[in-house]
Ligand binder design. Structure first.
Ligand code: ATP
Ligand code: MG
Length: 264
């Protein structure tokens, strides 16, 4: 077992195997491929999310529908508590809707068991958070390498170093998170989120802890991620500046969707 995985012993049991579709006939495969190509990358259909609490249940999302295509950069905006993070969690299969459906590359998240959900996240989704959430006992390169090891990808170190180069962090691979600035940590977090070539990148307040100039660098990277790699990027933000770089803005209010504005 690679040294890095030994360091992360708590994650070891979580490694999910890939599924096989060897038995699907050729005709059926092409039919499935055709219908799959016509589907949006991500489809959120009439999603409602109710959190049970000790008091009254919280209706965090009500009948929200959203589609995301490859290469889009969507900003999710709205007041604190309007449901942005909840919606991102649904999109990334971190949590399941109470009703409605989330379909990611043709797979409805509600139809999958825990192991398949883990697999879906690991293969298709990248996450970026306001607080970076790098593992503090690992170096920058090890942080980026980790999802590749968990997904059993080839050449994890080489890919990790290549991603660090892409976010302009070449030469910082041996530093630990506490030896990096906030902006540098967020760039490492972007490299980690893109390490396994996800189809969907979810960013929850990615510039929330950064100054304006550093935030602009991070926004530029998210923009390039959508444009250059064709990744669908959905970003929850309170920042008007962040929303202004998005191609489309989705407004949430008290868990309901408001009119979407096409900006580009
Ligand atoms: N696990 C939970 N249990 C109960 N209620 C929750 C839970 N998570 C979120 N909520 C509630 O759901 C609503 C939506 O929360 P959410 O975190 O999605 O808002 P948000 O738009 O991301 O807010 P912010 O901008 O402050 O991050 C809020 O009323 C929140 O209190
Ligand atoms: Mg939030």
């Amino acid at each position: 077992m690679p040294v890095l995985l030994k360091k992360i012993s708590s994650n070891r049991a979580d490694i999910a195997g890939a599924t096989s579709n060897e038995n699907v006939s050729h005709d059926l495969s092409s039919l499935l491929l055709r219908s799959y190509q016509e589907m949006p990358l991500l489809e959120v259909r009439n999603v409602t999310k109710v959190y049970p609490t000790e008091g009254a249940p919280v209706m965090a999302l009500q009948n929200v529908s959203l589609e995301a295509e490859p290469g889009e950069l969507i900003a999710l905006v709205g007041r604190s508590g309007c449901g942005k993070s909840t919606l991102l969690n649904m999109c990334g299969a971190m949590d399941l809707p109470t009703s409605g459906e989330v379909i990611l590359e043709g797979q409805s998240t509600a139809s999958l068991d825990d192991a398949s959900l883990t697999c879906l996240r690991r293969e298709k989704v990248g996450f970026i958070f306001q607080s970076f959430q790098l593992l503090h006992t690992l170096t920058a390169a090890e942080n980026v390498e980790l999802p590749l090891l968990l997904a059993r990808r080839k050449n994890p170190r080489g890919t990790a170093l290549e991603r660090l180069r892409w976010v302009d962090m070449e030469g910082y691979g041996d530093r630990f998170p506490h030896q990096l600035s906030g902006g540098q940590q967020q760039r490492v977090a972007i490299a980690r989120a893109l390490a396994h070539d996800p189809r969907l990148l979810l960013a929850d307040e990615p510039t929330g802890n950064l100054d304006t100039v550093t935030g602009e660098i991070v926004l530029g990277l998210l923009h390039r991620t959508a444009r250059e790699f064709g990744v669908a990027v959905i970003m929850a933000t309170h920042s008007a500046e962040a929303a202004s770089v998005a191609f489309r803005t989705v407004h949430l209010r008290d868990g309901r969707m408001q009119e979407a504005a096409v900006l580009l």
